[in-house]
Write a protein that binds this ligand. Structure first.
Ligand code: CDP
Length: 209
């Protein structure tokens, strides 16, 4: 059984890394950001404000994991909304059991997010905190959106990333930060292959392979 926690700020590439790592070890992978994105989307769709605690909690409790495949959740609006509902402690608490059950599957799992190493899986076998300079992250996210024909500009993405990082790092409940025993991986000057190789090296060293 092996649990791998991948955390880091917006658009740091943790999702791509998590999937590649999960494939390498044959583990299931959960992008926990999608949970918060889906809660935000459902609160809005039901006509409530994103900071409405009752509505957000109801959306978190009734979340159906089959909704997480919806590509619309990966858009820019869902990301901003996610960081607003993610500040609500009741919402975080309601999503915890699902995340822990996912991590506890036989064989283990890879989870990526903001608080996997600190709150969701504090006993994970390996923890990586993925970072990159904001301009690099904004460029990567810009390229992603352009490939999906999302109408965006680089400046708006950079602004969104910085605003979201600030909100995620300064909240009281499970703020975004590296766990004490996390390995830091700065991917600013690494392409995906090099970042993947570095992450695998860190994990192997940690688990003694
Ligand atoms: O892909 P990106 O890094 O842009 O964002 P994401 O991982 O999908 O997360 C969207 C938002 O959900 C974040 O800005 C956080 O506010 C929140 N989130 C969280 O609070 N805790 C997690 N474990 C994962 C995401």
């Amino acid at each position: 059984m092996m649990i791998i926690a991948i955390d880091g700020p917006a658009a740091s590439g943790k999702g791509t890394l998590a999937k590649r790592i999960a494939d390498l070890w044959g583990l299931p992978c959960l992008d926990t950001g999608l949970l918060y994105r889906a809660v935000a989307r459902n609160v809005g769709a039901r006509g409530f404000k994103l900071n409405d605690v009752w509505a957000a909690l109801a959306a978190a409790r009734s979340l159906d994991p089959s909704e997480l495949c919806d590509p619309a959740l990966r858009g820019p609006k869902a990301g901003d909304g996610a960081s607003i509902v993610a500040r609500i402690p009741e919402v975080r608490a309601a999503l915890l059991a699902y995340q822990r059950a996912f991590a506890g599957q036989p064989g283990g799992a890879v989870l990526d997010g903001r608080d996997i190493g600190t709150v969701v899986c504090p006993a994970a076998d390996a923890k990586i905190y993925v970072t990159a300079r904001p301009d690099v992250r904004a460029k990567r996210r810009y390229n992603e959106y352009i490939a999906r024909s999302e109408p965006v500009t680089y400046e708006v993405i950079l602004h969104d990333i910085l605003k979201r990082d600030e909100r995620d790092a300064s909240r009281e409940s499970a703020p975004m930060r590296p766990a004490q025993d996390a390995c830091l991986l700065d991917t600013s000057d690494l392409d995906i292959e090099a970042a993947f190789d570095a992450a695998v090296g860190l994990i192997k060293r940690k688990i003694g392979q």
